[in-house]
Write a protein that binds this ligand. Sequence first.
Ligand SMILES: *Cc1c(COP(=O)(O)O)cnc(C)c1O
Length: 458
Amino acid sequence: MPLTTSEIQALDSAHYMHPFTDHKALAEKGARVITRGEGVYIWDSEGNKILDGMSGLWCVNVGYGRKELVEAAVKQMEVLPYYNSFFQTTNVPAVQLADRIIKLAGERYSHVLFGSSGSESNDTIVRMVRHYWTTLGQPERSVIISRKNAYHGSTMCGASLGGMSGMHAQGGLPIPGIVHIEQPYHFGLAPDQDKDAFGIEAAGWLEQKILEVGADKVAAFIGEPVQGAGGVIIPPKTYWPEIQRICDKYGILLICDEVICGFGRLGAWFGSELMGAKPDLMTFAKGVTSGYIPLGGVVVGKRVAEVLIEKGGEFNHGYTYSGHPVACAVALANLDLIEKEGLVERVRDETGPHLAHCFAALAEHPLVAGAETFGMVAGLVLMKDKHQHLAFDEDLEVGMICRKHCFAHGLIMRAVGDRMIVAPPLAMTKEQIDEMVRLIRLCLDATLQELKERGYMD
Ligand SMILES: *Cc1c(COP(=O)(O)O)cnc(C)c1O
């Protein structure tokens, strides 16, 4: 007999500690049990069909139930399920995947160091950039500048690089040598200012910080091309070229965390390509395997790789699962699928523009004060009075109210404060985008009605 939903929920709350979860609150209502996925849909243990507007957690880019990925894993497990790359050994899928990623990333890059997640890969980067500067005889260049509201993972380094105040409040973070500047959030910080001028100003905060810390102490700047978990914060187009100019001026390494933006999400293989940035290092994870199996890594630019390889000696770093053959085989099959179905081009030319068009129409809704998209990420802001730019009281948790209505309507949409965001599978069709947007509209209507009934809105 399969377990009933309430039996699973009881076991869940007895023994399974979830990421980023208030367990006392969860125990009162019980976790939703997801049992199956196909295409852009998932099903829960009660048989409800749900449109997954978040690709799991920004990762299931080719959609659920793709046999090609399953077969690649099975085949590799039969031949060689595991071997390490520590002691002068290597394996075929890891070599092939590194080569493939370098070809996609372009001629500025030469090597890939694999890990199993985005967090680990950002830890790798912190150690790598410090080892780089030490090798060059400048060990005092160790400070890494990041941004508030950034998300770079949940390990000690990842969470420190990240700019989430809630995460810094626990466990004594950030670790030393990591400082933050304000994010380039035009709508939130300076809605009345010209967007392009704001982009230049926001990038200028990097230069201010460099001068404050001392240019000879700064190792690198890190940023997501589009901030994901922070609420889909899309920078003005002037921002990244100016960031690049400032990094060049002071000789600072530029790191782009492409964990969400990489592998097609924005309509290019890497988001930085579209932003006018030329990172020396890129972090990837999530979309590289479409989440079917854990894999992450660092794409290392020649500037860094040449120093490390020629003069760095042994880099005392790596993971048991670096270059895991099964994970790499699944990634290769995933890249095959993305290429065969032309998903990157589809996002750029077809589905991305369609999503943008649909979100522009959602901006007309009385609750929606702003709506933005880039490729296949989108965000909208809920406001009490959009004309007066008046936000809801934070304690009302209006985003959570909206998310509850999304669940009830069979749609996964995420709330970040009062920003509602989606990052659907890149395999989503235009018709499925229409279906998603129709659901979003219903959820906004239901949210508006509840807010009026509760007297939160006129
Ligand atoms: C998810 C995410 C990470 C962390 O990846 P994990 O695999 O959860 O460790 C890092 N950076 C960005 C931009 C992310 O979205």
